[in-house]
Design a protein around this ligand. Structure first.
Ligand code: GLN
Length: 476
């Protein structure tokens, strides 16, 4: 393996600007690594090699003239396959969109293009971002680069595996209920879900709109900050976007002792393994040694949070996925002559079983008599959770939890759907509250698999999370 692909984004910047290597050489090095490792890892669904080398040549021309476009110019990255890329297949890992070539770029893709970043290709995921192991993908198998008998996590399993395997310098995923943080934790890399509304989702294929966020996978906190700064901001095409009050993270507080809240329910839940518990306690001890003030808080029960997430995400997904009717969007059962059977057959053939389960469940939750009973109550539970989280974040700077209850599980559908749901336990509080959350690698289990802690901050406090993550990097 070429050593250059192990470098941070800032090191790439210095090497590219200083002429140590070119963007074409760097892009080739990542493509070589993809070539070498994909047989086992399987992170990519579509490669963009030729276009990537062409963009790299253009980046080199800018760099040699001294007019590089900033931190990311000439640096290769990859995208989860639910971001629309003009002229490049975008599948959501579903038969439904297997041959879909978008006519436009997602806003984040436009921003990265404008910044000169080099798109290497599109990454595997759970079908329509529903899952926790990338095993619901209809188009391929992705394995954990640390141990191929383990899943990479999901739904952004390809995004985490690609970065962990040095098959891209950074990647984007989507995080609705942990889909970037959990795979990042399983693969030993950093995973960020920013504040809801901080990054435009225009062109990111929707799962559950009130929860969906663009997420980032990187090796270091500084890398994460550099990519975040490039992506954040108002986009008139996504009306949920807002201007970030601190886009360069300059006003991070540094000196005052920071206060961290530890959530007992999430450490003591029966789903949380002893190793995860011990490792989280170790992280807490470390922060205490570094002068952080640690307190204990209580959150509304995990069962309520899981139920609220499950109902809301399925209801919204059922509504979002109604557009795949085989006429406007998606796989068409063209042999059918009747309209209703054309819908029914196309959707039966196009969607996999996890997606169907959620569409049925979500639709049922929204029928007239069930809506009040389930959906409205889920919204109430969500409001209570959000209120409590915000209250805690008035007294504390951050909330600390494990990212996942266990390390990466074995491949081959080793968990039941209910167990998989419970695996989202720690991730969903931040999702339901729209808060920024960062998964930071910390420690390993007895099999050498990575473990991670999660830091949750108040809205727009990404800078504080990154600052704290750096502390863990220094210790590592
Ligand atoms: N594992 C969660 C689910 O299946 C997360 C999904 C997501 O964040 N896209 O719902």
């Amino acid at each position: 393996m070429s050593e250059m692909i192990k470098r941070s984004l800032a090191e790439h910047r210095r090497a590219l600007d200083g002429g140590e290597y070119t963007s074409v050489e760097l892009t080739r090095a990542y493509l070589d690594e993809i070539d070498r490792r994909e047989g086992v890892v399987g992170a990519y669904l579509t490669l963009n090699a030729e276009a990537a080398l062409k963009s790299a040549t253009e980046a080199d021309a800018r760099i040699s003239k001294g007019v590089a476009r900033g931190a990311l110019d000439g640096i290769p990255y990859a995208l989860k396959d639910n971001f629309c890329t003009k002229g490049l297949r975008t599948t959501c890992a579903s038969k439904m969109l297997e041959h879909f070539i978008p006519p436009y770029d997602a806003s984040v893709v436009t921003r990265l293009n404008d910044a000169g970043a080099i798109l290497l290709g599109k990454l595997n995921m759970d079908e329509f971002a529903m899952g926790s192991a990338t095993e619901t993908s209809a188009l391929g198998v992705t394995r954990n680069p640390i141990d191929p008998d383990r899943v990479p996590g999901g739904s952004s399993g390809g995004s985490a595996a690609a970065v962990a395997a040095y098959e891209a310098a950074f990647s984007l995923g989507s995080d609705t209920g942990g889909s970037v943080r959990q795979p990042a934790a399983f693969c030993g890399v950093l995973g960020m879900k920013p504040t809801y509304g901080a990054i435009s989702r225009y062109g990111m294929i929707a799962m559950a709109s009130s929860l969906d966020c663009v997420g980032l996978v990187t090796h270091t906190a500084d890398d994460c900050g550099a990519v975040l700064s490039c992506l954040m901001g108002v986009d008139e095409r996504d009306t949920t976007t807002v201007a970030h009050p601190d886009p360069s993270f300059k006003s991070m507080k540094k000196d005052a002792p920071l206060r961290i809240a530890v959530v007992r329910e999430l450490l003591e839940d029966e789903a949380v393994s002893l190793e995860v518990r011990n490792s989280t306690e170790e992280a807490i001890g470390l922060l205490r040694e570094c002068g952080f003030e640690i307190g204990e808080v209580s959150l509304p029960s995990p069962d309520a949070a899981l139920a609220a997430y499950c109902v809301i995400s399925a209801a919204e997904a059922a509504s979002n996925l109604a557009r795949y009717d085989g006429i406007r969007f998606g796989h068409c059962a063209a042999t059918e002559k009747e309209l209703l059977s054309l819908y029914a057959k196309g959707r039966s053939e196009g969607f996999g079983s996890e997606v169907k389960r959620r569409i049925l469940f979500g639709t049922y939750m929204m029928t007239e008599d069930k809506r009040v009973l389930y959906y409205d109550r889920a919204l109430e539970a969500r409001a209570r959770i959000r209120e409590r989280m915000l209250q805690i974040l008035k007294q504390y700077d951050m909330i600390l939890t494990p990212t996942t209850p266990t390390s990466a599980f074995r491949t081959g559908g080793s968990l039941t759907p209910m167990q998989r749901r419970r695996a989202d336990l720690c991730a969903i509080y931040a999702s339901l509250s729209g808060l920024p959350a960062l998964s930071v690698p910390f420690g390993h289990d007895k099999d050498g698999l990575p473990l991670a802690i999660q830091l949750i901050g108040a809205h727009f406090c990404e800078g504080l999370l990154l600052q704290t993550a750096k502390l863990f990097e220094e210790v590592r």
